[in-house]
Design a protein around this ligand. Structure first.
Ligand SMILES: *[C@@H]1O[C@H](CO)[C@@H](O)[C@H](O)[C@H]1NC(C)=O
Ligand SMILES: *[C@@H]1O[C@H](CO)[C@@H](O)[C@H](O)[C@H]1NC(C)=O
Length: 217
């Protein structure tokens, strides 16, 4: 009951503040983008939790305009997010492709780059890779990825599947999660990176972990 009350209160507040904000927006400029994004993210969270209450008063055109803006922002954020693994050592290694419907966890140890493809829940690998936990790019591999897909930077493909059998247990994001929802939680992301560290250690690869990252396709 208390939660519901709070939500309704938050929702009314969001509607009121958005009316006030529309005037303010005109005076805003692009130099305060970080603040804008922060507020937008918080506002979106409220709108989602309001369950479409304000949306029912929206015209078809307003809805289409919002969809277009969200599509643009989604594409822009996604492209930005994909770059988070760039610039890692060894620099001679090309960036590994991030699988759609999955993600890529990467780390550099002793100047060797290791990337581990993971599939979202509900997806499975195109090739059997149960004993292949990660792929490597280093001087020893000629600064190429030792991938199952010949001559490229593609490490894995994630196909829709009702059961997940082609990869190791740790090569899938947790049940009911995907790469982004995992990444959103520092606890879940730490657990994915922890698995990769354990797997590297168990194969005798130890040392300082550098350029650790998780990117979502
Ligand atoms: C943009 O905003 C900044 C800080 O709020 C301000 O200093 C700057 O003059 C503004 N620029 C324009 C073109 O309005
Ligand atoms: C988003 O919109 C801006 C401004 O109209 C445009 O320059 C940019 O290319 C668009 N980005 C995407 C990913 O659609």
């Amino acid at each position: 009951m208390a939660l519901r009350g709070t939500l309704i209160w938050l929702c009314s507040l969001a509607v009121l503040s958005s009316i006030a904000a529309s005037d303010e927006t005109l005076h805003q400029n692009c130099s305060s983008q970080a603040q804008l994004l922060e507020r937008l993210s918080a506002d979106l969270q409220v709108v989602i939790e309001c369950g479409g209450i304000p949306l029912s008063e929206w015209s078809a055109q307003q809805t289409a305009a919002l969809l277009v803006s969200m599509r643009n922002l989604t594409d822009t954020l996604h492209k930005h997010q994909l770059k988070e693994c760039q610039g890692a050592e060894p620099q001679k290694c090309p960036g590994a492709e991030v699988p759609e419907n999955g993600g890529l966890a990467c780390v550099t140890v002793a100047n060797k780059r290791y990337c581990k493809p993971l599939c979202n829940h509900g997806y499975d690998f195109g090739f059997l890779r149960r004993s292949r936990l990660y792929d490597e790019c280093s001087k020893q591999t000629g600064y190429k990825w030792n991938t199952q897909y010949v001559g490229g930077n593609k490490l894995a493909v994630c196909n829709e599947a009702s059961i997940q059998v082609s990869g190791a247990k740790t090569a899938y994001f947790p049940k009911d999660q995907d790469c982004l929802t995992t990444k959103k939680s520092s606890h879940l992301q730490d657990s994915i990176m922890g698995d990769l560290t354990t797997e590297l250690n168990s194969q005798g690869i130890q040392g300082e972990l550098q350029f650790a990252c998780l990117v979502c396709g």
